[in-house]
Design a protein around this ligand. Sequence first.
Ligand SMILES: [Zn+2]
Length: 110
Amino acid sequence: MTITTILPAPATPRPGSRAARLSQPRAVDALKDLAIDHGVCIRPVALRRTDLATGKTELVDLPCGATLEAKCPPCAKRARRLRQVQIREGWHRSDEPILVRRRPHLGNAT
Ligand SMILES: [Zn+2]
């Protein structure tokens, strides 16, 4: 009969090993958390802007404008606050629109 002893896993993984690398947060996740903490969009949309007078072109990052918290929490929070202000100021309709459906256009075929 043989007795095998199972050694417990070391508390700290060997430096430079895969386990040590995976225990560190990814840089992209750390940057996203930092942007969320400061209320900055985490998925900016890059637009190219050309100055017509000088002809210089530059890239401008615009906020994504997402309304879902799962996509971009800072933009969703900003959009929610904007909707609250618009509702408070009465920007909403008080009645439901009545949809009038027209007959589909069938072209010149008779
Ligand atoms: Zn965003």
